[in-house]
Design a protein around this ligand. Structure first.
Ligand SMILES: Nc1ncnc2c1ncn2[C@@H]1O[C@H](COP(=O)(O)O)[C@@H](OP(=O)(O)O)[C@H]1O
Ligand SMILES: [Mg+2]
Length: 350
């Protein structure tokens, strides 16, 4: 199975959704009346992105049985108070699709068409058949701050991730570790994509030629830097700091939102990603499926804190032991040891 046409459709869908999201984020940041508590811009972009991805996948792959596991549902948009938002989403989606040459002749979508496209995302996933997995805006907190976020799309086939695409509209094309000139950091917008057995590639969102990427080859943790969530509520920063200390990592943590962390790691910007949610939190498959294949196809490893690979075949949730750790094959054994020791220390100090 080559998944060629699926990958082409996924890249197109994620790129178009990224354009829609950038438009909303720019307007949001320029708006004088923008208040942090106003959730409506992010809501509009979230739904709009999901509608665009759903529409493009269905249009590009008409012969396939279409199953999509996605974050948003239309409950609120079907209420009376949701009508204004629905109108805004519909206009945004039509503007985005109309700008794309191949869809220019497609009749405008009605609000009903948009609701239908979003509702396609109701699938539960699982171990049988094919399921698309979508996070229409991963890193919503980063999106609102004007920082990193990603559109993350993956395909599961018989419970395994077989392709993944990560659109990271604000990620610099140059490594975020290099102290390169200001101008190269000005260029942002990365599209990472991976197919099982075929490696990971990165291109610019505005369409440069893809280049193959590899995770960092660092074997000495003293030279490594590590990623973690920007939001302390999403991952225990004190636990990562204890693990990094045990490993001998010298650099401070690089904190960025969303699966842009997986993308950056896949091209060697940093060597380790640590994620330890607070007790009771259940990870969703759309927060990791695309990132996971982008890193593993670039030569990295993604496991839970006990060293088990992530299992995407159980429906919407990942049943995990404690957290998620990501690094290259050389560093994984010592990382796992440091993780175990730090978790044991934490437990015995309670
Ligand atoms: N308490 C929590 N612990 C861990 N992850 C959480 C969380 N609350 C939300 N998240 C998830 O963390 C994701 C963002 O990850 P990161 O911290 O790497 O930016 C969110 O994705 P969304 O922004 O799509 O909701 C959300 O799914
Ligand atoms: Mg998410």
């Amino acid at each position: 199975m080559t998944y060629d046409k699926e990958l082409a459709a996924a890249k197109k869908a994620a790129s178009l959704a990224a354009t829609l999201c950038q438009k909303v984020q720019k307007a949001l940041l320029q708006s004088d009346v923008h208040s942090k508590s106003d959730k409506s811009p992010v809501t509009v972009a979230d739904y709009g992105s999901q509608a665009v991805v759903s529409f493009v996948l269905e249009k590009e792959l008409p012969t396939e049985l279409f199953s999509l596991v996605a974050e948003e549902d239309t409950g609120d948009l079907r209420t009376e108070s949701g009508q204004e938002t629905l109108q805004r989403i519909t206009k945004l989606v039509n503007d985005s699709l109309g700008n794309e040459e191949v869809y220019a002749d497609t009749p405008s979508l009605s609000t009903e068409d948009v609701l239908r496209a979003i509702d396609h995302g109701k699938s539960e996933g699982g171990a049988v058949g094919r399921h698309w997995v979508l996070d229409p805006i991963d890193g919503t907190k980063g999106f609102v701050r004007g920082d990193q976020y990603a559109i993350a799309l993956a395909l599961l086939d018989e419970g395994k991730v077989v392709l993944g695409v990560l659109a990271c509209p604000n990620l610099p094309l140059a490594s975020i570790n290099q102290h390169s000139s200001e101008s190269s950091h000005d260029k942002v917008g990365c599209l990472f994509f991976a197919k099982v057995g075929e490696g990971t590639y990165m291109q610019s969102l505005d369409g440069s030629s893809p280049v193959k990427v590899h995770v960092s080859a660092i074997a000495n943790p003293e030279e490594a830097s590590f990623f973690e969530s920007f939001e302390a509520a999403h991952s225990l920063h004190d636990l990562s700091s204890s693990i990094a200390k045990k490993l001998g990592v010298k650099a401070p943590p690089v904190r960025i939102d969303s699966q842009a962390k997986y993308g950056a790691l896949s091209r060697g910007d940093g060597a380790i990603y640590l994620r330890f949610p607070h007790k009771g939190y259940r990870e969703k498959i759309w927060d990791h499926a695309a990132g996971c294949i982008v890193v593993t196809e670039a030569g990295g490893e993604v496991t839970d804190a006990a060293g088990n690979p992530l299992d995407f075949s159980k429906g919407k949730y990942l049943d995990l032991d404690t957290g998620i750790i990501v690094t290259n094959k050389k560093l994984m054994p010592s990382l796992l040891k440091a993780v175990r020791a730090s978790i044991e220390e934490k437990v015995s100090s309670l």
